[in-house]
Design a protein around this ligand. Structure first.
Ligand code: SF4
Length: 738
């Protein structure tokens, strides 16, 4: 793009902050927040403002790379595509299509064309072996939404502009920037909410940054959320907060759920949640007496051992209290199309596949990441022999990363599409260089675009601001070319394949002489906008700070867009009721484990999962820390700065302790995304000493949640002891299992 300052938006997290980016000589020289943006209004964070420096790194993968033993060779695109395609053809013919798998990471979700073309390639191959990062942090929401509302992408969200009471459980939006809802400036939003008289309550095992802005913070013992929600529902009914006739008009299974909740009075669950009964009753009173109220939860609930039950109960409370689809309660957004209705009608993201290992359900047409190692290591029909990793780094982000690494070493073909040769890429046979967000045109990703999961709905378009400085290609183009090289058609459609190949040829010949071939991405995005009645891409560009859409309205979902057979919220989902039968045993287990320390995650504003650690500005401390309450540290014989060994039956990591009195006693916190010492292509991150918390988390079919397939990644029991034995000064990760 020409030199000058251009508007765009950040595509690192769900906040999608509007940015002003100054370009000189095809280089980004400055990034500032866009104060005129219609929704984000000048909000941003250090990650977004420094992203160009991250992408500019000398470590950036700029050419296709092939690994020969420990050596990396630069190869041409033709060679890489031809060799990968030949291997795909051979595996498809000899081991069957399902032997070829794909892992779709979070970064893929922040573009519009990337996930569509990645899926198109796998559909073309004819494989169902899809895996996604959602099984680490949010598949429970999709699995439960499908049961309750008929499609996984129906996701009610709090009506932040009108509610009078917001109870946030296991979420820290001030740092994470909210999730399943675009709220550009969560801190200010919460302050505004309080200024107009609404009450904000945070229930969390840590006095988080969000809790510090709230009216009230209540500690809860990690991984006990379902018991909290059950008692909440019990008490809601006891206080007269459930109008059964009204509830039965909206939902099926009202009586079953209320009967279940009656078994869990606050006095009973307090023993494990450590939320005193009077406190819980007071929270219910605040929720019940507000004119509009919402319960909202995120990863603290999602990633527990019962994330699906937790979310089910939360949604049930919002529905049974009359807050679903109500002004000031929870609303269901509208995207540019009714995507859930489209998906239900056309079978998109609602397949009923079961995993080969563990017979677990797919969610959003993807299998649980927690069985991927088993799927690779277990011989037999459909054994995974090849893996494409697109926009993700499973060797840092998935449970039992140590075992997964061994499994990846067994693959006949591992290909990553990424900006960097990260831990996963370091084991790959080929690393294909992808464009950064600043190098591609885009629209807001699928949540805002297709679901309207935005506090203030709007649309925005951005051009690519710079050209890649090497041979990077956008993922849509790469997957189209991989289809051709593999002898398959995108989405199995010869027409689509030929048409897109023709567009690629034309665009590359006419408009991209001397540059890397690329699909006309703006034209494809424009097509998407036009068929959804949103005008053209160019027309949207005329609104450089975004174009507002119609605001969300209540009474727009129940009776109109609910997709269950009964047209009611299906609270009596058989799979959830079945899962609820294990709550008694889980309660007993929690009772027995009262003295154990529980480990939770903790997010920092500088980092986003495992992405940003390859820049000095984001890793000042050069390590993560095990945060401990001073009392717990003293009991364990540890002090600030001391090295601790943290163990589970899966692994042990060694990490320095930092005292934090904001933690609930009995809880320790270890930020995720660290442990890059094995990455051969991350020169900054690999010199940090942090540890990968996921070396501690268990995988395998018996250790993951049966409804959503999620691994248990937060709120699990750990042993913490002073570090024993020789202490390696360069790295404190990777100790053998205890
Ligand atoms: S909060 Fe930060 S990372 Fe997220 S979109 Fe905004 S600038 Fe980007």
């Amino acid at each position: 793009m020409a030199d000058g300052t251009h508007t765009t938006f950040c595509r690192i997290c769900e906040a999608l902050c509007g940015l002003r980016v100054t370009v000189e000589d095809n280089r980004v020289v400055e990034v500032h927040p866009d104060h005129e943006h219609v929704a984000t209004r000048g909000f941003s964070c250090p990650k977004g403002l420094k992203q160009a420096r991250l992408y500019d790194s000398p470590d950036r993968v700029r050419y296709p790379m092939k690994r020969l033993g420990q050596k990396w060779l630069r190869v041409s695109w033709d060679q890489a595509l031809e060799e990968i395609g030949a291997r795909v053809k051979q595996l498809r013919a000899t081991r069957g299509p399902d032997s070829l798998a794909m892992y779709v990471g979070t970064a893929a979700g922040f573009g519009v064309l990337h996930p569509v073309f990645a899926q198109g390639f796998m559909t073309g191959i004819g494989t169902k072996s899809m895996y996604a990062s959602a099984t680490q942090d949010c598949s429970n929401k999709f699995a439960v939404a499908r049961e309750l509302y008929g499609h996984p992408f129906t996701q009610p969200f709090p009506d932040l502009e009108h509610l009078e009471c917001l109870i946030i459980v296991g979420a820290n939006p001030v740092i994470s920037k909210w999730s399943f809802l675009q709220v550009p400036n969560p801190g200010r939003t919460l302050q505004e909410l309080r200024e107009r008289g609404a009450k904000v309550i945070v229930v969390d095992p840590r006095r988080t940054e969000t809790a510090k802005l709230a009216d009230q913070h209540v500690f809860i013992r990690p991984n006990t959320d379902p018991f909290f929600f059950l008692s909440f529902l019990h008490e809601l009914e006891a206080q007269g907060g459930v109008d059964r006739a009204r509830a039965q008009a909206v939902a099926s299974g009202v009586d079953e759920l209320l009967a279940l909740a009656r078994e869990w009075p606050a006095e009973r669950t307090a023993e494990v949640t450590q939320v005193a009964a009077p406190v819980l009753k007071q929270l219910v009173h605040a929720y019940r007496t507000a004119k509009g109220a919402a319960l909202y939860s995120s990863t603290g609930v999602n990633m527990g051992s019962n994330g699906s039950l937790g979310f089910w109960l939360q949604e049930a409370i919002n529905a049974l209290s009359g807050n679903l689809d109500r002004r000031g309660g929870t609303l269901v957004g509208r995207g540019v199309i009714d995507f859930p209705a489209f998906g239900k009608k056309n079978g998109v993201l609602v397949r009923d596949d079961r995993s080969r290992i563990g017979n677990l359900p797919s969610v959003n047409d993807a299998f649980p990441g927690g069985v991927l190692a088993d799927e690779i290591l277990t011989p037999g029909d459909k054994q995974v022999r090849a893996l494409f990793v697109t926009g993700g780094n499973p060797l840092i982000t998935m449970a039992n990363a140590g075992r997964l690494k061994k499994a990846f070493g067994e693959l006949e073909l591992l290909v990553t599409l990424d900006l960097f040769r990260n831990e996963t890429g370091s084991l790959a046979h080929y690393v294909l260089p992808a464009t950064s967000p600043l190098e591609r045109p885009d629209l807001p990703f699928i949540f805002p675009l297709m679901l309207g999961l935005q506090k203030e709905p709007y649309l925005q378009a951005t051009r690519a601001l710079i050209e890649p400085d090497g041979e990077q290609r956008d993922e849509a183009t790469i997957y189209l070319q991989l289809c051709k090289a593999s002898g398959v058609n995108l989405f199995g459609s010869a027409f689509a394949q030929k048409l897109l190949e023709g567009l690629l040829w034309l665009n590359s010949r006419l408009f991209r002489k001397g540059r890397q071939p690329a699909l006309p991405q703006e034209a494809l995005l424009s097509f998407l906008l036009r068929i959804t009645g949103q005008g053209s891409f160019d027309a949207l560009l005329e609104h450089p700070h975004g174009r507002l859409r119609e605001r969300h309205v209540p009474h727009d979902f129940v009776g109109q867009r609910l997709l269950t057979d009964s047209k009611k919220v299906r609270l009596d989902s058989p799979i959830l009721l079945e899962q609820a039968k294990k709550l008694g045993a889980d309660f007993e287990r929690e009772r027995q484990a009262q003295q154990r320390l529980k480990l939770i995650t903790k997010r920092a504003v500088q980092t986003h999962n495992s992405w940003t650690h390859n820049h000095e500005d984001f890793v000042h401390d050069k390590t993560n820390h095990l945060y401990m309450h001073p009392g717990d540290a003293a009991r364990a014989g540890l002090s600030d700065g001391a090295l601790a060994d943290v163990s589970t039956d899966t692994g042990t990591v060694r990490v320095p302790v930092k005292l934090l009195s904001d933690l609930m006693p009995g809880t320790v916190a270890l930020p995720h995304g660290w442990g890059h010492q094995h990455a051969t292509g991350l020169s900054v991150a690999s010199k940090t000493r942090g540890v990968n918390v996921n070396l501690l988390a268990a995988d395998g079919p018996d250790r993951i949640e049966r409804v959503s397939g999620m691994a248990h990644l937060t709120g699990f029991d750990v042993d913490v002891k002073p570090a024993a034995g020789p202490q390696d000064p360069t790295s404190w990760s990777g100790l053998p299992p205890a």
